[in-house]
Design a protein around this ligand. Structure first.
Ligand SMILES: Nc1ncnc2c1ncn2[C@@H]1O[C@H](COP(=O)(O)OP(=O)(O)OP(=O)(O)O)[C@@H](O)[C@H]1O
Ligand SMILES: [Ca+2]
Length: 819
């Protein structure tokens, strides 16, 4: 079956991951549990598997060494030589592990020493100005070596000046500047290990016990044939065996070789992450490989830190350093510990970093340089089939040996007669040459049994099929990161898909808007709004956003960047006449609560010029609306929301029913005295979010992907149930589900077919398992709800595929390791 999800994934190769979990429990789960921060659910008891089951392996890549070793042992029993090709080289793996641990320990020690030193300096109040001025390197006032040590002493401003960068605007980013930086500090790439040549694969392909048996068989029957029937006729048997052997060797080598090339390409694709940098004041998307020292990079939840650097600004930034330190610990970053290491993940919050070293000079680079890249990987089916093939081969071989022994015994004891009934062998009478001929015939028979019994092509056929389907999926623009995914995906019985970006295009536009009680028609008509209302809306949108608006000086088109939702709202505000830079410079940001999928809202506290404070909130419509007690009517007067709550509720429901995503923008004023003045306290200050004043409601359209309906139909026909799990409003989710055929009719749209994440979460575990199967649409789900659903389905015996694009899908995607 070609995989139904391919249609869903079209056009989004770099953003999508497809994950599969097989219904069977696996040891690797333990592994993933350890890594998975979000998975605090310890009561999934059926995942505890019999540790003595040596065949319990779903993937070799992350399997614990123990499991692999058991496999290896089982394999050795079955076939001494073949297995080596298929199971990872354990010794090498262990050595690699040791090396990584060593380097990590080293990094830890360096960091510890550094912290110690910093602490000491702080206490002694050593004047940092004593630091000798760094030597010049090329065009910069700082060299590569000094830079590494410098970034630990100097403040960010000074550092960015030395790097000829600007904390707000970044580097200029013209060609000359970029190439100068690359020359001075290197590029953000790692040297690649050269792949193995085709000849190596060919050489390895014949070193296989069964093939060796066949080669010997070929030689033997060639010799026998020529001896008994002469050169002209006698080579047929041996020749055809030899031909088959050569064919198998060549095909194996070619397929292994191509697979290795494919993996190389895949790896390149996997690593080539696109990310946003700020250059010359504008936010642009570039490849991670094009990052240079001095670049200013905004980071948000889910991003990977692309190079080593220091923080310029940050808000509740937390970094998962497990890839560097080996322990899964979330570290909070602020101006006191501003160093970011490449390769780590942003677990929460937002920040902006200045790149201080790239590529091989980063700590990650050091680590990468010393270990080799991905070793090959076997799919569960391949591993099993290899076992079967080897087993059959061994049985065939034993039968052949048995037959040989019996026939030889009968021959030499005078029990074998030829066609005419003469005894073929009588001790003393039969000439040696006749005896040899007889033995040769028996050998030929045994060889034939071996040739017939050894199913050499079986594993090969599987590899070829999988590689083929992987290629086909690549052609469909679906990136398959693991060969095994093709196989497991084929057995999926249900797909949990997110909505935004997977079923929909993720191209959002504001198509409906209310300012206060008034519906704007058209949406960007600001003429009837009181200037005060307009300026508050603008203030809220411009400051309470991770996006950016760049207006080119030469009068080109305005560029809006950010997440699709942010982009839509910012573009709307620009159309209303917002001047982004001016609005932002009017107020100073005191504190930010970055948007996250869990809370579904984001807030910011602003200090005004007159020392007043505004707190702006923006987020999921009904949630923020609930926190509002007043609204600002179009004349700029405050009104109580009590009588109008129903009106606003209906407005939201109405928009949601037409599949629009609703976002409410609200604010309140606050007293500066109540804002913590101490920086430490400010960091932990939770923004007040009650008694808000409703400013605006926007309805954002995100059209369905073309072809989604068809894809859903294909899946349903193939017996795969498609479910939608989204962070959006339940009504919006329902409308989209009806639109793309996930829900057949409105009659189906009742609980528990459609359910809110919160309701599902609060059910007792047993009940969750029962209704999980019925859930078709889950709205307002938090990342953890997605995970809960996958777990519940899995317990019900389903093989679940999860598709998702965003960080809020990560826990569910991560759950079963195979993505
Ligand atoms: N940048 C934002 N600022 C404020 N509110 C937002 C922002 N982005 C999304 N929202 C609100 O939060 C809700 C849920 O967002 P969430 O990130 O959980 O889902 P999603 O990933 O966008 O959707 P899906 O789960 O279908 O992929 C949206 O319905 C919207 O109302
Ligand atoms: Ca998503």
């Amino acid at each position: 079956m070609t995989i139904p999800t391919t249609d869903v994934d079209v056009n989004a190769v770099d953003e999508f991951t497809v994950t599969i979990n097989s219904g069977r429990p696996s040891h690797t789960d333990d592994n993933n549990h350890r890594q998975d921060q979000h998975n605090q659910d310890s009561d999934d008891d059926d995942e505890v598997v019999d540790p003595n089951d040596p065949f319990d392996i779903t993937q070799t890549k992350n399997a614990p060494i123990d499991t692999l070793r058991r496999w290896r042992q089982a394999a050795l029993v079955l076939n001494a030589s073949r297995r080596f090709r298929y199971t990872l080289d354990l010794k090498k793996e262990e050595e690699k592990d040791k090396k990584i641990r060593l380097i990590r320990a080293h990094a830890q020690v360096v960091r510890a020493a550094l912290l110690f030193r910093l602490a000491g300096e702080r206490e002694l109040v050593i004047n940092t100005a004593v630091t000798p001025l760094p030597q010049a390197d090329g065009d910069y006032a700082v060299g590569l070596e000094q830079l590494t040590s410098m970034s630990k002493d100097q403040n960010v401003k000074g550092l960015s000046n030395l790097l000829k960068s600007n904390p707000e605007k970044g580097i200029s980013g013209d060609e000359a500047d970029l190439s100068k930086r690359k020359n001075a500090f290197g590029t953000n790439t790692y040297p690649r290990k050269k792949g193995r040549s085709f000849w190596r694969f060919l050489w390895e392909a014949w070193q296989d016990l069964t093939l060796i048996i066949l080669i010997i068989a070929a030689v033997v029957s060639l010799v026998l044939g020529i001896k008994t029937e002469g050169l002209e006729e006698g080579w047929y048997d041996g020749g055809s065996i030899a031909f088959a052997v050569i064919l198998v060797i060549v095909v194996t080598a070619v397929s292994d070789y191509r697979q290795s090339l494919q993996f190389k390409n895949l790896n390149a694709e996997k690593q080539n992450i696109q990310l946003e940098v700020i250059r010359g004041g504008r936010t642009i998307k570039i490849s991670i490989f094009d990052i240079v020292v001095g670049d200013v990079i905004p980071l948000k939840i889910g991003d990977q830190v692309p190079a080593d650097g220091v923080l310029i600004t940050c808000h509740s930034l937390a970094i998962d350093e497990s890839s560097m330190t080996g322990e899964s610990k979330i570290v909070h970053k602020d101006h006191k510990s501003p160093f970011l290491m490449s390769g780590c993940k942003v677990a929460d919050g937002v920040g902006v970093m200045l790149v201080t070293s790239v590529g091989i000079n980063t700590e990650w680079g050091l680590l990468m340089a010393s270990i080799s890249e991905d070793t090959g990987e076997e799919t569960p089916l391949q591993v099993r089939l290899n076992g079967v093939a080897t087993f059959i081969g061994v049985v065939g071989l034993s039968v052949a040996v048995l037959v040989l022994a019996v026939l030889l015994g009968r021959f030499f004891s005078g029990n074998t007669k030829d066609l005419d009934g003469n005894i073929q062998f009588t001790a003393g009478k039969t000439s040696i040459s006749d005896a040899v001929d007889g033995v040769i015939k028996i050998f030929t028979m045994a060889v034939t049994i071996v040739v017939v019994a050894v199913p050499e092509g079986l594993p090969l056929a599987v590899t070829l099929t999988l590689a083929y389907s992987m290629r086909k999926m690549m052609a469909d623009k679906a990136l398959v990161r693991r060969l095994s995914a093709c196989e497991t995906m084929g057995s999926a019985t249900t797909i949990c898909s997110d909505k935004t970006g997977t079923l929909t295009l993720n191209q959002m536009t504001v198509v409906e808007a209310y300012a206060g009680r008034k519906k704007l028609n058209p949406v960007d008509d600001s003429s009837k709004l009181h200037p005060e209302v307009l300026s508050l809306i603008n203030e809220g949108i411009a400051q309470n956003s991770t996006g950016n608006v760049f207006v080119p000086k030469d009068g080109g088109e305005t560029e809006v960047t950010g997440s699709p939702t942010e982009k839509a709202i910012l573009s709307w505000a620009v159309k209303l006449g917002m001047n982004f830079d001016r609005t932002r410079s009017n107020t100073t940001v005191l504190h930010v609560f970055p948007f996250n999928s869990e809370k579904k809202r984001g807030g910011v506290a602003l200090k005004l010029v007159d020392s007043g404070v505004h707190i702006h909130w923006k987020g999921a419509a009904e949630i923020v609306l609930n926190a509002c007690t007043q609204y600002l009517d179009s004349n700029g007067d405050l009104q109580s929301i009590e009588e109008e709550k129903a009106f606003f509720g209906e407005a939201i429901d109405d928009m949601a029913a037409r599949s629009l995503r609703c976002v409410v923008i609200a604010y309140r004023s606050y007293e500066l005295e109540k804002v913590p003045s101490n920086e430490e306290e400010l960091d932990h200050w939770s923004l007040p979010e009650e008694e808000l004043v409703l400013l605006a409601i926007v309805g954002i359209k995100d059209p369905c992907r073309p072809g989604v309906k068809e894809a859903v139909r294909v899946c349903t026909e193939a017996g795969v149930k498609v479910r939608m799990v989204t962070g959006d409003n339940l009504q919006t989710a329902k409308a989209i589900a009806l639109e793309c055929g996930i829900l057949a009719s409105t009659e189906d749209a009742i609980e528990p077919n459609i359910i809110e994440g919160k309701r599902f979460r609060e059910l007792p575990e047993k009940e969750r398992e029962q209704i999980a199967k019925k859930i078709t649409v889950m709205g307002r789900s938090s990342p953890n709800d997605k995970l809960l659903l996958v777990q519940a389905l899995r317990k019900g015996g389903e093989v679940v595929a999860v598709t998702g694009d965003g960080t809020n899908d990560a826990p569910a995607l991560h759950e079963y390791g195979c993505y």
